[in-house]
Each structure stands twice: as structure tokens, then as C-alpha cells.
Design a binder for this molecule. Structure first.
Ligand code: IPM
Ligand code: MG
Length: 356
């Protein structure tokens, strides 16, 4: 098998710390036959400080040329006053758009050893395994017109545009149906077709695609607000949830907390087959604990696991990484987000040890 290329974008806050543990996992897997080169590029605030922009054209080109991209996190209070279009978050949005990674897979899985870490009762979440498929390169995040203008009467007016085309809806719905086929075969499509035109189009396009190609998958339509409620009421009713960019942002944070720690959740953003995927832990840069060596590296390690599976053609090694994470948790290693005292390094050690 040929050597693959992974671009690392450690970014800001706890990003470099958690990516550091991924590097150690990669080293451990190289000893087991992984052929992977890595490159690193500055991203987010780290890139602003060095180059004045949150991502450089070179870094974007490197991302497109790699087999997969793994980022840590971006943002922090240091860059709060930077012009809007130069903020760390703008770099992330540019990267998603340029890589054309339109389908964002955000799993929320409850590890058996952590079933008591959830704010919900154990029986509601034990065995939980749901996947949110969030549309990532369209909708209100990118729709035009947008901006803040001053009206003749002196008032100010802020505008964002929620817009979807049928092909944008269908390509992300297709990912949801395909993924559901390999899981429990149920897709919930969440929108606000009761009030939004784009929501109505979403519902119609998903319905049509389902009828034409995926009748073997069970499709349920759900209003996004009800979906939020059902997620905290009876989350195990869901298998795959497909939804737009903004609802997906919100619903995936809610789903993340079901598992007790956002420090555990990976994500993958995928484009057309054969294009590089963008992998990121769902947690942010966590400036409050940055540099203290206590961040949980498991979300980053599990994001790398998803990269092995979905972009690097090594599902066998992905299974090993997954098993090593389960073993580390079973051994009782807990970072502070999970109520323990283990450091980032110690959690990484436990995973690397289990891999050996
Ligand atoms: C996420 C984040 C981003 C988003 C921000 C940092 C731009 O909240 O990945 O969920 O809104 O997409
Ligand atoms: Mg978010």
C-alpha cells in the first residue's frame, strides 16, 4: 500500500496539546505497518500571528493535496478583536468551503465505562450510538446577501441568508442514507419545513431521493426543534440524523453532551469520493485549560481513527485505535473533563500502551 499524507493543523488553545498525542499514536502505528507521512501548517490564531490571516493559500493548497487533514482547534480571546473576515473561525469556514467537505459526520457514542458521566440517566444513554450528518458548506453560513447595513433612519439591519439548492440537499442526504444502510437503517431528516422555504425544499428533496434510491432505509421527517427535545428525552430512538448547517451545529452540540464529555467526540467532514476528508475533534480550543496539559486527547485520537477508516484506507488500524481507547477508559484513566486527574500525556500513554 502506498504511503499516505496527513496534514496536521494543530491550531490554537488545546489544539497543539491534543494533536501532540495523535502524533504519538501515529508513531505507535508506524511500528505496526502504517505508512503515513505528516506535514504541519499553522492555522487559526497561530496563523494570524505569523501571517496575518487565519489560513494561508499555501495551507489551503496543502490541505487539498493531502489524503486527509486533521485539525486541533481554532480561536481564543487573543483574537476576539481581529477583523471578522480574518478571525480564526473564518479560516475554518474557508477551509471547509475550499475542501468542499459538504457532509459532516458527528457521532455521539456512549462508551460503556462512561455511562455515568452523562447528565441524563444511565438507562437513557447506555449503548447510545447516533450519528449526526450536518450539511457543512452551504445554508446560512455562506448564503448571500449577508452583512450589517445602516438604514436611512439610522437603524442598523443585519442580514443572513439561508439558501439551499436541490443538489446541495441531495448530496448530503445521500451520505446519510448510505451511512444508515451500514448501521441500523433509519434516517431522521430535521428541518423547519413548517416555517422555512428552504426547509420545505429540504423535505421534498430528501423525500424524492429516498423514494427513488433508498426505499430500504426508513426515513422519518422531524422538525428541528422537536429533534432537539427528542435528543434529550429519548436519544436512543435515533440512528442517523441529517440536517442543515445551522441546525446541525446546534443539534450536534446537544448530542455531544449526551455522552457526558465533549472531550470525547470526533468528527469527519467528507466531500466527493476520493477527495481528502477534514477531521476535527468537536471540542473547541478551550482557552481556560490551554497549556495546562489536562485536555482530553481522546476526541482528537478518535478523529484520527475516523481518518484511518474513511480517508486513509486502514479500517484495520482504525479498529485497533478504537479498541485502545476503550481499553484506556476501561483501565480507569480519566482526564478532568471525565472527573479524573489524568493529564493529556497520561491519557495518551494509556492509548499508546494499549496499542502495543
Ligand atoms: C463547529 C463550530 C464552528 C461552526 C465554529 C467554530 C465556526 O461551532 O464546528 O461546530 O459553527 O461550525
Ligand atoms: Mg458548533
Amino acid at each position: 500500500m502506498s504511503t499516505k499524507l496527513l496534514l496536521l493543523l494543530p491550531g490554537d488553545g488545546i489544539g497543539p496539546e491534543v494533536i501532540g498525542e495523535v502524533r504519538r499514536v501515529i508513531d505507535a502505528l508506524r511500528a505496526q505497518g502504517l505508512k503515513l507521512d505528516t506535514e504541519t501548517a499553522p492555522f487559526g490564531g497561530a496563523s494570524i500571528d505569523q501571517f496575518g490571516v487565519p489560513i494561508t493559500d499555501e495551507a489551503v493548497a496543502a490541505a487539498k493535496a493531502a489524503d486527509a487533514v486533521l485539525m486541533g482547534a481554532v480561536g481564543g480571546p487573543q483574537w476576539a478583536k481581529v477583523a471578522r473576515d480574518k478571525r480564526p473561525e473564518a479560516g475554518l469556514l474557508r477551509l471547509r468551503q475550499e475542501m468542499e467537505v459538504f457532509a459532516n459526520l458527528r457521532p455521539a457514542i456512549c462508551f460503556d465505562d462512561l455511562a455515568d458521566a452523562s447528565p441524563l440517566k444511565r438507562d437513557l444513554i447506555a449503548g447510545l450510538d447516533i450519528l449526526i450528518v450536518r450539511e457543512l458548506t452551504g445554508g446560512v453560513y455562506f448564503g448571500q446577501p449577508r452583512g450589517i447595513e445602516t438604514l436611512p433612519d439610522g437603524q442598523r439591519r443585519g442580514v443572513d441568508t439561508q439558501v439551499y439548492t436541490s443538489s446541495e440537499i441531495r448530496r448530503v442526504a445521500r451520505v446519510a442514507f448510505e451511512t444508515a444502510r451500514k448501521r441500523r437503517g433509519v434516517v431522521h431528516s430535521a428541518e423547519k419545513s413548517n416555517v422555512m422555504e428552504s426547509g420545505l425544499l429540504w423535505k421534498e428533496e430528501v423525500t424524492a431521493l429516498h423514494a427513488a434510491e433508498y426505499a430500504d432505509v426508513k426515513l422519518e421527517h422531524i422538525l428541528a426543534d422537536n429533534c432537539a427535545m427528542q435528543l434529550v428525552k429519548a436519544p436512543k430512538q435515533f440512528d442517523v440524523i441529517v440536517t442543515d448547517n445551522l441546525f446541525g451545529d446546534i443539534l450536534s452540540d446537544a448530542a455531544a453532551m449526551l455522552t457526558g464529555s465533549i472531550g470525547l467526540l470526533p468528527s469527519a467532514a467528507l466531500g466527493e469520493a476520493g477527495k481528502p476528508g477534514l477531521y476535527e475533534p468537536v471540542h473547541g480550543s478551550a482557552p481556560d485549560i490551554a497549556g495546562k496539559g489536562v485536555a482530553n486527547p481522546l476526541a482528537a485520537i478518535l478523529s484520527f481513527e475516523m481518518a484511518l477508516r474513511l480517508s486513509l484506507g486502514r479500517a484495520d488500524l482504525a479498529d485497533k485505535v478504537r479498541a485502545a481507547v476503550v481499553a484506556a477508559l476501561a483501565a480507569g484513566v480519566r482526564t478532568p473533563d471525565l472527573g479524573g486527574k489524568a493529564t493529556t500525556r497520561e491519557m495518551g500513554d494509556a492509548v499508546v500502551k494499549a496499542l502495543a
